[in-house]
Ligand binder design. Structure first.
Ligand code: URA
Length: 236
């Protein structure tokens, strides 16, 4: 595979940028600068570095995105912007999709991948993958919500939620909620079942992976090897 193709498919740089970088000696193959970005490499065997960064080229790509409000967690929508449009064009070609959904107005941690099997397993109710959210509410949450959440909140439609953990801020107008399931509008409906209303919702961790605090809203980065291992462990 051509080096410039590999680099562009990883979403690191366009082919043109790779060509320039190669000329400047910024691309190393097995430790040696390669001046021509059209050189072929074997992604399985060769080590490729771009501007000092090792490129882990694999069949699957795993990305963390800090979702801004206003984006739909989908790959296509006829009216609204989708989260995958926040990825560079090169990466969009690799057909990543979001692992689970966040509402359009929800912000924060979203994992995207093209590893369909892993995503499917992580989302299956059997796997009880933990999702942690920070929320704020219209009014202070009523007394006793901690035990209501722990016992399992009953939603307006009668659905009995699994046990969840809520840790409130001192003013009780917000806090953290940890769920092991992912029903449609679940946090909003749980808070509504406590006669209150969510005014802000952010996912702050998924499957034990926290949202990277250095990742600005609307930006993305590759998951680290450690984070990918964590996902695989949770999917076991
Ligand atoms: N719960 C919600 O209500 N919305 C989300 O986006 C995620 C969890």
């Amino acid at each position: 595979m051509r080096i410039d193709k590999l680099i562009s498919e990883m979403g690191i740089a366009s082919r043109k940028e790779s060509s320039l970088a190669a000329k400047r000696g910024m691309i190393l193959v097995n430790g040696t600068p390669v001046r021509d970005a059209s050189t072929h490499v074997d992604p399985e065997r060769d080590t490729v570095e771009y501007a000092g960064r090792k490129i882990n080229y694999g069949k699957f790509v795993y990305v963390m995105l800090n979702k801004p409000a206003g984006y739909v967690s989908a790959t296509e929508d006829s009216r609204l912007p989708v989260v995958t449009s926040l990825l560079p064009e090169e990466l969009q070609k690799r057909e990543l999709f979001p692992v689970g959904r966040l509402d359009r107005d929800t912000v924060g941690l979203m994992i995207l991948t093209n590893d369909g099997a892993l995503a499917h397993t992580l989302l299956s109710p059997k796997h009880h993958v933990e999702k942690e959210y920070y929320f704020t509410a219209d009014e202070p949450m009523r007394e006793g919500v901690e035990s209501e959440f722990s016992d399992g909140v009953t939603l307006a439609d009668g659905y009995e939620c699994k046990s969840a953990v809520i840790v409130l801020d001192p003013d009780r107008r917000g806090g953290k909620i940890t769920l092991t399931e992912g029903k449609y509008h679940q946090i909003k409906r749980m808070v509504a079942a406590c006669d209150n209303r969510v005014t802000y919702l952010e996912r702050i961790s998924f499957a034990g992976i926290p949202l990277d605090p250095t990742l600005k809203r609307g930006t993305w980065r590759y998951l680290t090897d450690g984070e990918i291992s964590l996902l695989r462990e949770r999917a076991r």
